[in-house]
Ligand binder design. Structure first.
Ligand SMILES: [Zn+2]
Length: 434
């Protein structure tokens, strides 16, 4: 039900006669390791070289010399509230579709080849105005793919609303077709829903969402570890921004954090904001990375101030001051040790989050490939798995979309390709920036 046509497997398209591209002289991220190999692309997807050679001998029409760089899947941001002056929760002017296009174009410079526009708790009327403008779209060399909407809310705990408007929070009623009754007929534009599993009838809502093919994340929640585990057993595949908007881990009450970090399985995945210690303390990030390295999903949780220069900007109804890349509400000064309440939202681009995370992982794993592999997979393979679409996105397996990044050893992006076509004219963040 959640498989819109724009994201149907492109591998089904006939492509035998399309140009064949060989990415040569690269270190390919596959099978949780980096190895010298070539990668072959035809018709926008990764193809099997043996089949090409043994079935009918083919030479590459185009050879891309990767100059020894890392070749990794494009990044996927599952929690992006806006950027570059665009707020996905604002539908006042009806120009949101153009705004989404702007964001889709601009995030390519940060290696993001697919993302989920994220809508926080809103009124029923606002959902009906916003969702039609956030339809899934296929990616191209000029715009990242929109995979569908991440609805963060409205079924959240009134005790952990964060910045969500309390008057629009809702409780599941257990009756059928809950999601459609809240957001309207464009329910198929929804790819991920964050909810609090301790609310009444949340279990039935999880069943409904999973039945529609919508992924479920636990967040903005007071759930006990047992309630969280029950949600994971029922099909929730992720936790939204681990540590933020949930109770702390206590000796007798491990809560969601304990349920995630103590899980013996590969699930659930956990979103985490790794922006150099602004939203989550570096030690807290390292604890999660040490306990569940294959569960991390790097998210920006970025707001419309992402990509805006230092200065004062209007974000929704508030004035935001961006200074040294950190956005705060105007007049609240500089946040101190416990001053996160003044943060107006995250605004670090995902490629910078990957590099911050890489730095922390090197403290745990040393300077070898392991840290780089885990950092890259946390922004590609893990989010794709959390969404249940790793057959198409987030991996360099045969049949996957050829959304590719070429990166140096410090994970700075040198080149970006979407559907095998190079993104032109982007100034990738230089080492001096982050
Ligand atoms: Zn949130």
């Amino acid at each position: 039900m959640a498989g819109p046509s724009a994201t149907e497997p492109s591998a089904k398209r006939p492509r035998e006669h399309l140009p064949l591209t060989r990415f040569a002289n690269c270190r390919v991220l596959r099978g949780h390791s980096l190895a010298a190999a070539d990668l072959w692309v035809q018709g926008g997807v990764i193809v099997e070289p043996q089949r090409l050679f043994y079935g009918s001998f083919q030479r590459a029409d185009v050879v891309v010399d990767c100059e020894g760089l890392i070749l990794a899947p494009g990044y996927i941001d599952v929690q992006l509230n806006g950027g570059f002056g665009v707020d996905f929760c604002s539908a006042d002017d009806g120009g949101l579709a153009a705004g989404v296009r702007t964001v889709a174009e601009r995030v390519l410079a940060h290696g993001v080849t697919a993302f989920l526009p994220t809508v926080i708790t809103s009124s029923a009327d606002a959902y009906r105005r916003i969702l039609p403008q956030l339809a899934p779209t296929a990616g191209s060399a000029s715009a990242a793919a929109v995979l569908g909407v991440h609805l963060e809310g409205p079924f959240l705990s009134p005790s952990r609303p964060g910045c969500h408007p309390a008057e629009h929070l809702a409780t599941p009623d257990g009756a059928p077709d809950q999601l459609r009754r809240v957001v309207g007929d464009l329910v198929h534009n929804v790819r991920l829903v964050t909810l609090a599993p301790e609310l009444p009838h949340a279990g039935e809502l999880i069943d409904e969402l999973r039945g529609r093919g919508v992924a479920v994340a636990v967040g903005h929640s007071m759930a006990t570890a047992e309630e969280a585990e029950a949600a994971f057993s029922r099909g929730a595949s992720m936790v939204t921004h681990l540590y933020n908007a949930m109770p702390p881990l206590k000796f007798g009450a491990p809560g969601i954090i304990g349920a995630v970090l103590g899980s013996p399985t590969h699930r659930p995945f956990y979103g985490i904001i790794v922006d150099g210690g602004v939203h989550v303390h570096l030690t807290s990030v390292k604890i999660a990375a040490a306990a569940r390295p294959h569960g991390a999903v790097l998210v920006t949780d970025a707001i419309s101030a992402l990509g805006l220069p230092d200065g004062t900007h209007r974000v929704g109804d508030i004035s935001v001051v961006v200074r040294d890349g950190v956005a705060r509400k105007e007049g609240t000064g500089t946040a101190g040790r416990d001053g996160t309440a003044t943060l107006a939202g995250a605004n670090m681009p995902l490629d910078a989050c990957v590099r911050h995370y890489h730095t922390l992982l090197r403290e745990l794993h040393g300077d070898g490939d392991a840290a780089a592999v885990l950092a890259l997979e946390a922004a590609s393979l893990h989010p794709a798995r959390a969404l249940g679409m790793d057959h198409r996105k987030g991996s360099l397996a045969v049949g996957a979309d050829a959304d590719l990044l070429l990166l140096d050893e410090s994970l700075h992006i040198r080149r970006c390709f979407v559907g095998g076509v190079e993104v032109e004219g982007k100034a990738y963040a230089r080492p001096t920036v982050y």
